[in-house]
Design a protein around this ligand. Structure first.
Ligand code: SAM
Length: 208
C-alpha cells in the first residue's frame, strides 16, 4: 500500500474535479434511505462522503481501505466536518468476509448498501472481493460500482494503469450482472483520454 500512502498526498487535488459528477450519479443510484448502513470499500480519501451526506438521509457509513495514508486523509475530512455517522477501519478488501468484518467492527453486521468507486480495477483478486461484498449485503441490498474499462488500449490506458496501479481490462460489470438482480449499467460522461477508458457505473441488488 506504499504507493497509495504517497498518492494520498495529491490524490484529491489531481482527481476530485474529474470524478465529481460521476460520484453524484453513483450516490443517486445507490438510492439510500434513513436508518441504512452503508459500506464504502476502498474509500480512499473519503471523496464519496460529501455526496452521501448531501442525500440528507440518516444513514450510518463505514469506510474501509488498506492504505493508512488514504485513511488518514478521510479521517481528517470526517473530523473537519464533524460527521458523526461515519467511521473508518483498515482492511485488505480481499479479507472482507463476514467473520473478518465481525472481528474488525466487534459486531455482526450486513449492509443495506455497498459502494466501491475505482477500487475493483486496483485491488488484486477482484472477483473474490466482489463475491465477498455481495456476501456482506443484506438480501435485496444494493451494490454500486464505478470503474473504468478500456475497450481500446492506448497510451492513456497505459499511463492511468501505471499511476493508479490499476488493471483496466477487468470486465467488472459482467461479473456483477451475472450475480445480481435488477442489474443496470451506464457510461458516465468523462473523457476516455482522462481516465484511460470508459468510466461506467453499474448497479445490482443481492439475490435472495
Ligand atoms: C483509485 S483509488 C480509489 C479511492 C476512492 N474509492 C475514490 O473513489 O477516490 C483505489 C483505492 O483502493 C485502495 N486499495 C488498493 N488495494 C486495496 C486492498 N487490497 N484492499 C482495500 N483497499 C485497497 C487504495 O488504497 C485506494 O484508496
Amino acid at each position: 500500500m506504499k504507493w497509495y500512502d504517497v498518492f494520498s498526498e495529491f490524490y484529491d487535488n489531481s482527481l476530485e474535479k474529474l470524478y465529481f459528477e460521476s460520484r453524484k450519479r453513483a450516490i443517486e443510484l445507490l438510492d439510500i434511505d434513513d436508518k441504512q448502513t452503508i459500506l464504502d470499500v476502498a474509500c480512499g480519501t473519503g471523496a464519496n462522503f460529501r455526496h452521501l451526506k448531501s442525500s440528507n438521509k440518516d444513514f450510518y457509513l463505514y469506510g474501509t481501505d488498506y492504505s493508512s495514508g488514504m485513511l488518514k486523509k478521510s479521517q481528517r475530512l470526517i473530523e473537519k466536518n464533524n460527521w458523526n455517522n461515519i467511521s473508518l477501519f483498515k482492511a485488505d478488501a480481499r479479507m472482507l468476509t463476514l467473520p473478518y468484518l465481525e472481528q474488525c467492527l466487534n459486531e455482526k453486521i450486513r449492509f443495506d448498501r455497498v459502494i466501491c468507486v475505482l477500487g475493483l480495477s486496483v485491488i488484486p483478486d477482484w472477483e473474490i472481493v466482489l463475491n465477498n461484498l455481495l456476501e456482506l449485503l443484506k438480501k435485496d441490498g444494493k451494490i454500486v460500482i464505478v470503474d473504468v474499462f478500456a475497450e481500446k488500449r492506448d497510451f492513456n490506458t497505459w499511463l492511468v494503469e501505471k499511476i493508479a496501479k490499476a488493471d483496466l481490462n477487468r470486465k467488472i460489470w459482467q461479473a456483477l450482472k451475472s450475480k445480481t438482480n435488477h442489474f443496470n449499467k451506464e457510461y458516465l460522461p468523462v473523457k476516455e483520454s482522462k481516465v484511460g477508458g470508459r468510466l461506467f457505473v453499474a448497479v445490482g441488488t443481492k439475490r435472495g
